[in-house]
Design a protein. Structure first.
Lengths: 110, 114
């Protein structure tokens, strides 16, 4: 079992719809969590951190479920420009080891 | 955007040849990282540096070496390239090396080993 797993997709979603995807992690000692966005043939860029209490940034909401060991990303009112691959990152503070998921590809269709 | 450049951006080489990739930053960040990205895999850490001349191995360091003689430059060398090293290589930087730090990535280098 991979340490961090994501559904690779692609998720094909009509513009304006709400879409959500998860990232599961296997190590319960994981402490920090992030979502990065990666456009086709580009570098990853930080989208948002994931806090224990959940956090929201405009149309994006990130949540952490420690009991079930997953983080989620919800995108409301999706835009064509949201088409990208979304990478989750799980970090153990003890050794600052970053474990990256392979990403979920999202395609927003007009 | 963070000031990170990588060179070359694309390279095709033959098996057995040495290859050096360069990462240059203008942010004066202490921490620098080399990752490789392959289909079906998350980014995998090759080596990282926590200061000039201070480097350490990541999870996939075999066949790679690094050097950091200046804060702004971090070099990745494939001593004798193999086809399994065909990949996209990303350099990243972070300021404090803490788990809460944002990592900023360079544009990547696409390496093909024939």
């Amino acid at each position: 079992r991979k340490e961090v797993e994501q559904d690779p997709g692609p998720f094909n979603v009509p513009e304006g719809a709400t879409v959500a995807f998860n990232c599961t992690y296997s190590n319960s000692a994981s402490q920090s969590f992030f979502w990065y966005r990666q456009d086709c043939r580009k570098e990853p860029k930080l989208l948002m951190s994931v806090y224990s209490s959940g956090n929201e940034d405009g149309r994006f909401t990130a949540q952490l479920n420690r009991a079930s060991q997953y983080i989620s990303l919800l995108i409301r009112d999706s835009k064509l420009s949201d088409s990208a691959t979304y990478l989750c990152v799980v970090i153990m503070d003890s050794n600052y080891q970053l474990i990256w998921g392979a990403g979920t590809k999202l395609i927003i269709k007009p | 955007d963070a000031g990170i450049t990588q060179s070359p951006r694309h390279k095709v080489t033959e098996t057995g040849t040495p290859v050096t990739l360069r990462c240059h930053q203008t942010e004066n960040h202490r921490y620098m990282y080399w990752y490789r990205q392959d289909p079906g895999h998350g980014l995998r850490l090759i080596h990282y540096s926590y200061g000039v001349k201070d480097t350490d191995k990541g999870e996939v360091s075999d066949g790679y070496s690094v050097s950091r003689s200046k804060t702004e430059d971090f070099l990745l060398t494939l001593e004798s390239a193999t086809s399994s090293q065909t990949s996209v290589y990303f350099c990243a930087i972070s300021e404090y090396g803490r788990a809460s730090d944002t990592q900023y990535f360079g544009p990547g280098t696409r390496l093909t080993v024939l």
